[in-house]
Design a binder for this molecule. Structure first.
Ligand code: IPM
Length: 660
């Protein structure tokens, strides 16, 4: 083992990756390196486990690498009503329970105890760890300085079984926050500001996003959580904050789970491809209009807009936000009688421990007096699959992280905001600026209600450098040159930019496991003719930037395959979806040429030569070149996907793939 004392400068992410890499040929990593990675933790929900179980079964139920390092929580589809009445939720729950028993999992969270990310962040993750979760918001754990990413079920199952994965070291950007945000302007407003200024699936796409700048020292661990969480909406591969005294103080409150913390720091001249400065001093409350989280506006522009519902909850809404929103409601209710209970105001805490604290501190009762109903911990309305849904045409203000079309239920219109803004708006059920109410809150009381460690208490943070295992001479990357040897012809189904995986297959179909049935629901709401067109020969998808961004659902690939799609051609892809395409063996091509995108229309006939990596537009005879996939991606394609590769190579699969 080397201590990488003399290495080219590395980012924080690169240091964590170097520390976890196996078989490096030199004691550092740089963007573009393909790594075999030791994985500390895998995570999943019952909904993702459904797909993972299929891979696990195909692998012959081989047992898990470490039953103490898989965190499985039943949170996505369950609430009191679905648990009682919905056979889908019951089946998914039973399946997760049965696996927890079979594998002897130490960290199984049964229905409605927590949201996957909430408990894992608060109690388990440690700085410097590598975490792979079958959920896109696994990015959240970068808030405590872990390298934590969402991946599809096949990738996470592989890591669950083998304790390893592979990764191409991403390029990195720095988002540098400057200035002190006003009291009550928290993580949600800051990440919405970031999304509004920089755009989703742009500068962050497939890159590490390192959150830095003079302002971040004062960000609480909850603020960091929310910002890292919505790195998924930003389009980043991972989002991360350097673990510092604030992180160490949070860890020191735990009864255990702090002994592996590694306090890496980016080198001063770390190779960021860009630095983006975001000023926070004049930041006010923001909203994101439907149907995109970067469709951001100031709250002032919507004040008075009528609301059909207010939802405070989902993973992105931290304890701090729930406490602050309660204090906003308390101020709003001063001098007036309680509001009548309303089915259109719902608050769902992320974890039973948060619910308990809200009860102890009297804040639960404040929500009640403000007319809110409270639900048991879970994703609730955020995914549109639990019992609470917005109805068609309804406008909901919500503190969740996604406002895609149909996200809270078919035909719903979700506007995103901080919990404080949702709380202020819930009083008259019209959008309201929370600042007059925030101004009346006693900050000392807010901190005391939160019960966080005293920020002035000194704490020692021992900076770490990666311990790098150098084992191999550089792998001779002979390059198999294709995604198979086939030539495909077909006609095009044409899409624009930012087609998210919720559009490809809505959450309500993510419990299905029959490929043809899943295929029949591809683009169920937004392009119902997709399946029929594919069946009639429009079997090639051509899209713009960020195809398949959003969630990690493997169903998005299965829907395409089930409908009969032969290949996808796009300018760029959501990182997780791209891996899912590779794992499931559905060819994808990256074609950036503007001339191609100007030329190819709906129904155009194309010939795709997978071996050559070219696409020919048959009517004009013009040929366009696709970017060449990395050697490991080509190798995976030749193996027929990840599961087939594991079946063939066993535990040495990543080694075999990287040297093929
Ligand atoms: C169902 C799950 C795979 C998905 C995700 O990965 O994000 C969900 O949590 C979501 O928010 O859409």
């Amino acid at each position: 083992m080397h201590r990488a004392a003399h290495h080219p400068p590395m980012t924080l992410t690169q240091k964590i990756l170097a520390h976890h890499a196996r078989g490096l040929s030199r004691p550092w990593v740089q963007a573009g390196d393909i790594l075999q990675l030791r994985v500390d933790w895998t995570l999943a929900s019952e909904l993702a486990w459904n797909g993972m179980e299929r891979t696990y079964q195909r692998l012959g139920r081989p047992g898990v690498h470490d039953p103490g390092r898989f965190f499985l929580a039943v949170d996505h589809t369950v609430d009191e009503v679905t648990l009682r009445t919905d056979a889908k939720a019951q089946r998914l729950t039973a399946q997760a329970r049965a696996f927890a028993q079979e594998a002897g999992l130490r960290h199984f969270q049964d229905a409605n105890v927590t949201i996957l990310h909430t408990k894992f962040y608060r109690e388990l993750v440690q700085p410097g760890q590598v975490v792979l979760g079958a959920d896109s918001h696994t990015s959240s754990h970068g808030g405590l300085g872990a390298f934590s990413i969402g991946l599809g079920g096949a990738d996470v199952t592989a890591a669950l079984v083998l304790g390893q994965s592979w990764l191409e070291v991403p390029e990195a950007i720095a988002v540098e926050y400057e200035g002190e945000p006003a009291f009550g302007i928290g993580g949600k407003d800051i990440i919405l500001k970031t999304l509004g200024e920089l755009g989703r699936n742009t500068v962050a796409l497939e890159r590490s996003v390192e959150y830095r700048g003079s302002a971040v020292r004062a960000f609480s661990t909850d603020m960091r959580f929310t910002i890292a969480n919505m790195t998924a909406e930003f389009g980043g591969l991972n989002g991360i904050f350097e673990a510092d005294e604030t992180a160490a103080r949070w860890l020191s409150q735990r009864s255990g789970n702090q002994d592996e913390a590694l306090y890496f720091q980016a080198d001063p001249d770390a190779p960021y491809v860009a630095r983006h400065r975001i000023a926070l001093d004049r930041l006010g409350p923001l909203l994101a209009k439907p149907f995109s989280p970067d469709n951001v506006m100031e709250v002032e522009g919507a004040v008075g807009m009528a609301l059909d519902g207010c939802f405070i909850g989902a993973c992105t809404t931290s304890e701090e936000e729930l406490v602050l929103a309660a204090l906003v409601l308390e101020q709003a209710l001063q001098g007036r009688s309680p509001l009548p209970p309303s089915p259109r105001k719902l608050m769902v805490p992320g974890d039973l421990s948060i619910a308990a604290r809200l009860r102890q501190t009297g804040l639960w009762a404040v929500y009640e007096r403000a007319g809110f109903r409270m639900g048991a911990p879970g994703c609730s309305m955020c995914l549109g699959v639990a019992s609470e849904k917005a109805r068609p045409g309804e406008v909901w203000l919500t503190s969740q992280n996604r406002n895609y079309e149909n996200r809270m239920g078919a035909g719903s219109l979700a506007w995103l905001a901080s919990a404080a803004t949702v709380a202020a708006s819930s009083v008259a059920m019209t959008v309201a600026d929370p600042r007059p109410l925030l101004a009346r809150i006693d900050r000392g009381r807010f901190l005391q209600l939160l019960g966080r460690p005293d920020p002035s208490r000194p704490i020692e943070v021992r900076r770490a450098e990666p311990a790098v295992a150098v084992e191999n001479p550089p792998a001779s990357a002979s390059s198999p040159s294709s995604q198979g040897h086939r030539r495909l012809t077909g006609r095009v189904q044409r899409f624009g930019d930012h087609v998210d995986t919720d559009a490809i297959i809505p959450g309500e179909f993510c419990h299905l496991m029959d490929m043809e049935e899943i295929g029949r629901h591809a683009f169920h709401h937004v392009r119902p003719a997709f399946h029929a067109r594919a069946q009639a020969g429009q079997t090639l998808v051509v899209a713009g930037e960020g195809w398949g961004s959003g969630s990690s659902r493997e169903h998005a690939v299965w829907a395409l395959q089930g409908a009969g799609i032969q290949a996808v051609i796009a300018r760029s892809y959501g990182f997780i979806h791209k891996r899912n395409l590779v794992n499931e063996g559905l060819p994808y091509l990256v074609v950036k040429a503007p001339a191609f995108h100007a030329l190819v229309e709906e129904d155009a006939a194309l010939e795709v030569d997978l071996a050559a990596g070219t696409v020919r537009h048959l009517a004009s005879g013009q040929t366009f070149e696709a970017e060449r996939p990395s050697a490991i991606v080509q190798a995976l394609h030749q193996e027929g996907g990840l599961t087939a590769a594991i079946e063939r190579h066993g535990p040495r699969v990543f080694e075999a793939l990287s040297t093929q």
